[in-house]
Design a binder for this molecule. Structure first.
Ligand SMILES: NC(=O)c1ccc[n+]([C@@H]2O[C@H](COP(=O)([O-])OP(=O)(O)OC[C@H]3O[C@@H](n4cnc5c(N)ncnc54)[C@H](OP(=O)(O)O)[C@@H]3O)[C@@H](O)[C@H]2O)c1
Length: 215
């Protein structure tokens, strides 16, 4: 059975991807305790149990916001280290397990275009987009595709914490054409397509799934 590794697979979007893929693939969906993307040794240790990987989904991420006066520079670095460098470490360290026909998905965000109050988060997601486009040519020579999925508001713990009230949720989604949240399952189905043979001709792309937010 083809194997897939999803970082941050314990909750939210990562867990939905794990569930979606569980019938067709052997899925590794570690929590941050099992695979901490901030820690190269933790990644290496976890990878020992994996065989050759059909796909790597770099999904682990955290959100942080604060007005600039209170936006601690250490917190800024921590967000970049986890979201952006964590994805880089994951790709670099898993690469020996990937081969021609394998796929890499990075979990970006529409915040890459700017997110008021969250410059570190936005920068980390913009960085992931630039990193994906920079890695795509090199990976193509190995027959590996890499794409970035860029969601709008997805109904997970992260969104629930940021938008606790129904009013806040309505306001947040009002700017999208479809005026609604995206379900984790919908992101999972997109990832399933992108790691299938049907998507073998797609690489180096940012694919928005945002209910029409960025139109
Ligand atoms: N929800 C949204 O509206 C939205 C929109 C756009 C993009 N995204 C992106 O989608 C991804 C998943 O978001 P989500 O909404 O599903 O978030 P979530 O519900 O908060 O889940 C976050 C996941 O990341 C894992 N994680 C956190 N720190 C980690 C670390 N150091 N090492 C490895 N894994 C770690 C968590 O694992 P533990 O629980 O084990 O700590 C958890 O599985 C993130 O990259 C996020 O930026 C989310």
């Amino acid at each position: 059975m083809k194997e897939v590794l999803i970082t941050g697979g314990s909750r939210g979007i990562g867990k939905a991807i794990a569930n979606q893929l569980s019938t067709g693939y052997k899925v590794y969906a570690p929590s941050s305790k099992e695979l901490d993307v901030r820690d190269s040794a933790s990644i290496d240790s976890y990878l020992k149990q994996c065989g050759s990987l059909h796909a790597l989904v770099c999904n682990a991420g955290i959100y942080y916001e604060n007005p600039i006066a209170k936006h601690d520079a250490d917190e800024f670095s921590k967000v970049l280290d986890l979201n952006l460098t964590g994805a880089f470490r994951s790709v670099q360290q898993a690469l020996p397990l990937l081969s021609s026909g394998s796929h890499i998905i990075l979990m970006g965000s529409v915040s890459a275009y700017g997110n008021a109050g969250a410059p570190a988060y936005a920068a980390s997601k913009a960085g992931m987009t630039a990193m994906m486009k920079s890695l795509a040519p090199e990976l193509a020579q190995l027959g590996i595709t890499i794409n970035l999925v860029s969601p709008g508001w997805v109904r997970t713990d992260m969104a629930q914490t940021l938008l606790p009230s129904e009013q806040a949720q309505t306001m947040a989604t009002a700017g999208s054409l479809l005026k609604r949240f995206i379900e984790p399952q919908e992101v999972a189905e997109l990832v399933e397509f992108l790691i299938s043979d049907k998507a073998n001709a797609i690489s180096g792309e940012v694919i928005n799934i945002d209910a029409g937010l960025m139109v």
